[in-house]
Design a protein. Structure first.
Length: 302
């Protein structure tokens, strides 16, 4: 059974005239007759009775007519829904991003993109491993996540196309009345007597921080371990400790200042990832093209 057979059947059910239906559908009468015969063979029932020289839809045909109409209508609705989701100008994109990109970068990106497109972007915020796993499974179209060459282990996601988008220095920040706020430069060792505010271990940044201090045989006092950026920066602004945070424009929204150390510290990279093995709608392709072509502009709002 195929869609063409259903169209032929429904038109014939309306006209109940083989010649007229063939003319209306621009097919030969033998081709139309064969299509109806094959449909009846598959259903194992006659759909029309021949009364004299004319056809008449029988009770089985009337029952099937209702279902065929409904089936074709559902298929048409499905086509319209798919078009609406994939249309380059008004489709839908499933975007994933890590927590740290939620306060500034992602809202600004979406606000800028909304100026040129009516596409609907459905966002979901979770940790890096979840993002990459769900991107691989096809639940996301595009994801933004953070890390560096040592974390996460990108080798476990060989199918994904992962592109470095922007590298941020990781810095130390304190509140305006913190004892360390009076100077701008310190040795790492000079920071050790103070409390630290950092992310919990599941974050992408925390393993880098732990590895760094371990390499120097230092054990900082990780007094406050938080889940999100806003909590970390709020704690730092209240002079509760030294915050460790990627350099970002969000720092301007808090009463904090950067303190410098006199040696290289850490950096964190923002990555853009997609799955080349999964189908990309025109809407998704257009969004990726926009992000990559407008990278310089978008990075002003990181």
């Amino acid at each position: 059974m195929n869609i063409q057979q259903l169209h032929y059947f429904l038109h014939l059910a309306e006209t109940q005239n083989m010649q007229q239906t063939a003319e209306d559908l621009f097919v030969s009468q033998p081709a139309l007759s064969k299509a109806i015969t094959n449909l009846e063979k598959e259903l194992e029932v006659k759909l029309f009775d021949r009364i004299g020289r004319r056809l008449q839809l029988n009770k089985y045909g009337e029952l099937f007519q209702k279902r065929a109409y409904r089936s074709l209508n559902e298929l048409e609705v499905g086509k319209e829904e798919i078009y609406a989701l994939t249309n380059a100008l008004s489709g839908r994109i499933d975007l994933g991003f890590v927590y740290s990109l939620g306060p500034i970068f992602i809202p600004n990106l979406l606000a800028e993109y909304s100026k040129i497109s009516h596409v609907k972007i459905r966002g979901n915020q979770t940790n890096t491993i979840n993002l990459l796993s769900q991107l691989q499974d096809g639940k996301f179209d595009v994801v933004f996540f953070t890390g560096n060459e040592s974390y996460p282990d990108m080798g476990q996601f060989p199918d994904l196309e992962i592109i470095p988008f922007h590298t941020q220095p990781v810095i130390f920040v304190v509140g305006m009345e913190h004892p360390l706020s009076s100077k701008q430069s310190y040795t790492i060792e000079e920071l050790m007597p103070y409390d630290f505010i950092t992310f919990q271990k599941p974050s992408t940044l925390r393993p880098l921080i732990d590895t760094y201090f371990a390499s120097k045989n230092l054990t900082p006092k990780m007094t406050y371990e938080v889940l999100d950026d806003l909590t970390l920066l709020s704690f730092a602004s209240k002079n509760l400790g030294i915050g460790i945070f990627p350099k970002s424009s969000i720092l301007n929204n808090f009463g904090i200042k950067e303190i410098r150390v006199n040696e290289p510290f850490l950096s964190q990279t923002i990555y853009l990832a997609q799955n080349p093995l999964r189908y990309k709608s025109p809407a998704v392709k257009r969004f990726i093209e926009y992000v990559t072509s407008q990278k310089a502009t978008l990075l002003k709002q990181v």
